[in-house]
Ligand binder design. Structure first.
Ligand code: PRP
Length: 215
């Protein structure tokens, strides 16, 4: 077996969806089933070594070339960077960016200064710039639904999947911004220098996605 490629995999839900995709493609994923506190796991069948990382760090590892492949959400890609190739929409992790406010609020009807909280200030700024509207953007690290409830912001830009978190907190979507799903990304140099191995792994994922749908 030639040198294993390193795949930086976003910990959490994308990790388990990717595990399912690999298993369905016939890869022995047993090293990934009881990971304990270990962060690197070899999957020789797939020609990869899986590095478990937080989403923003997946991008850092790919951009610095210490991992050749990455699995990360389009949300993180839109917010943080694009100095890599985005080669495949993996289909799983499907959700959307949406603007949301307290139920019944007329966010666009109001003429007052608008404050919008988000974990994704770049995405939020681009959205309001695209609408030709001014908004003060307040960066929040998580549980952003709290911001309108506490009176910090008039609205939020956040990931919505089922809508349950919004509705449990008295909020409602106002407008969808764009769809999101997990993407396979590739380091720019690796695409050239390790082309055959990269192509083999991309083909393995693609065969699974095209042949039998998403896991
Ligand atoms: C995400 C997102 C929403 C929730 C949406 O939060 O920020 O809070 O999921 O999912 P739903 O529409 O199915 O309810 P996450 O669990 O990642 O935590 P965070 O808010 O701390 O980022």
């Amino acid at each position: 077996m030639s040198t294993l490629l390193r795949l930086a995999l976003t910990k959490g839900r994308l990790e388990s969806d990717m595990r399912q995709l690999l298993a369905a493609a016939g890869v022995d994923i047993s090293p990934l089933l009881d990971t304990g506190r270990r962060l690197i796991h070899r999957l020789p069948d797939a020609g990869i070594e899986v590095v478990l990382a937080k989403a923003p760090d997946v991008i850092t590892y790919i951009e610095h070339g210490v991992c050749e492949l990455g699995v990360v959400g389009k949300d993180t890609i839109l917010e943080l960077g694009s100095s890599f190739y985005e080669v495949l929409d993996l289909g799983f992790g499907a959700c959307r960016f949406a603007l949301a406010a307290r139920e019944g609020d007329d966010f666009f009807g109001s003429t007052r200064h608008r404050r919008v909280a988000s974990k994704y200030p770049k995405v939020t700024a681009a959205y309001f710039a695209g609408r030709g509207m001014d908004a003060e953007i307040i960066k929040i690290e998580g549980s952003v639904e709290l911001a309108p409830i506490l009176g910090l912001a008039d609205a939020i830009v956040d990931i919505v999947e089922t809508g349950a978190t919004l509705s449990a907190n008295g909020l409602a979507p106002i407008e969808d911004i764009c769809p999101i799903s997990a993407r396979l990304i590739v380091n720019v140099a690796a695409m050239k220098m390790k082309k055959a191995a990269v192509q083999d792994f991309v083909a393995l994922c693609r065969r699974r996605l095209e042949g039998e749908g998403c896991p």
